[in-house]
Design a protein around this ligand. Structure first.
Ligand SMILES: O=P(O)(O)O[C@@H]1[C@@H](OP(=O)(O)O)[C@H](OP(=O)(O)O)[C@H](O)[C@H](OP(=O)(O)O)[C@H]1OP(=O)(O)O
Ligand SMILES: Nc1ncnc2c1ncn2[C@@H]1O[C@H](COP(=O)(O)OP(=O)(O)O)[C@@H](O)[C@H]1O
Length: 324
């Protein structure tokens, strides 16, 4: 586990030095003044995880480019905060990896919530990874055949194991937890959670093909596969860069973390290339120390995802259709 005290961050028995912390704070200046309740709303493009409602805590945004994730109950919230603090300041994490693949962490903030009227709750302040995308097509893919960290209570292991076996996690090393695809004209395709949980291997392939298709309804033409998955800066090249880091890093084991894919459906169909393709990691409530061992659970799932996406790119039309 990653330990934290008010002034020091300890990771793998090493206290992250105050000098590193100072440089961290220098690189990450404090966010603007706290938003009020009327500024805050659940993110329109959230595809998985706990959602904010009248009686449940969930993430909030205020349109400023920040994403506020409530600290979760038990020690989970503190674990996630400890991860962000250790990761943000850790000298062994390459800055390029931190900047390209992780939301920037701006500390924590007490915010009012609809679920707890009259009270405030601590939230992690993160970059909104979808900021700047006009019409975000988003997929949350939970990586790893195993989704619980070692030493989890037996009841939690049993709950996770049932979900991992009941979805494609055990078989493929990943599962699709959430997806939304914006079609030409703005219609949004967004399967419900039970539908995603019931996907088999063929179903996962269908969803990953649908994610790069420019159709309304159920079909898939994969017309955006070359622009979104393939090519320079596309999903595949980013996943390969991430994989190269996972082949070496032994600092953290990312149980139950997700890869969040995002692109701008408007930009990609208008230009035929690019579309602000994003590949990011989210959800670090169950990260454990790596203890000098590679994260083979995450790495295996990542390789499997790369294979699925590579196959889609090789079968797809080479160039996307020209914009009308
Ligand atoms: O609360 P539940 O049963 O909906 O489960 C959450 C999962 O939703 P699901 O039912 O699989 O769609 C949820 O899955 P998604 O992120 O939606 O795929 C998480 O696994 C969440 O755990 P944590 O936030 O990583 O600690 C899960 O929360 P915990 O079960 O760990 O509390
Ligand atoms: N930094 C972020 N920027 C934008 N969207 C995010 C960010 N972090 C998470 N999300 C969205 O919120 C969802 C749930 O996030 P996650 O951290 O997995 O929460 P939970 O712990 O409740 O599962 C993701 O599927 C994604 O849609």
């Amino acid at each position: 586990m990653i330990s934290r005290s008010p002034d020091l961050i300890k990771f793998r028995g090493v206290v992250v030095s105050p000098r590193n912390l100072r440089s961290f704070h220098h690189r990450h200046p404090p966010p603007p003044p706290a938003p009020t309740m009327s500024d805050l709303r659940p993110p329109e493009h959230q595809v998985a995880g706990h959602r904010a409602s009248a009686n449940k805590l969930g993430p909030l945004v205020d349109g400023s480019g920040l994403f506020y994730k409530p600290l979760q109950a038990g020690d989970r919230g503190e674990q996630e905060r400890a991860f962000y603090e250790a990761f943000s300041a850790h000298a062994a994490v390459p800055p390029r990896i931190r900047d390209a693949f992780f939301p920037r962490f701006h500390g924590t903030r007490l915010l009012p919530t609809e679920a707890r009227p009259g009270d405030t709750h601590p939230h992690l302040v993160l970059d909104d990874l979808l900021a700047g995308l006009q019409a975000p097509s988003v997929a949350d893919i939970k990586i790893g055949a195993i989704t619980w960290p070692p030493s989890s209570p037996e009841t939690y292991v049993a709950k996770c194991l049932a979900k991992d076996r009941g979805t494609t996690s055990v078989l493929l090393g990943f599962r699709v937890s959430g997806v939304r695809v914006v079609a030409p004209g703005g219609a949004v395709w967004r399967p419900e959670r039970p539908e995603l949980k019931a996907l088999d291997t063929a179903g996962v392939r269908r969803v990953l093909r649908r994610y790069v298709s420019s159709v309304s309804g159920e079909g898939a033409d994969c017309s955006l596969a070359a622009a979104v998955y393939g090519g320079e800066g596309g999903v595949l090249s980013q996943l390969h860069e991430l994989k190269a880091w996972f082949e070496e890093q032994t600092l953290f084991h990312f149980y139950s973390a997700s890869i969040l894919l995002g692109y701008d459906a408007n930009a990609v169909s208008a230009t035929g290339v690019g579309g602000g393709v994003r590949v990011k990691l989210v959800d670090f409530a169950h990260v454990a120390e790596g203890d000098g061992v590679i994260d083979h659970n995450f790495l295996g799932g990542l390789c499997s995802l790369i294979k699925f996406i590579s196959d889609i790119v090789s079968e797809a039309p080479e160039t996307p259709p020209l914009a009308p």
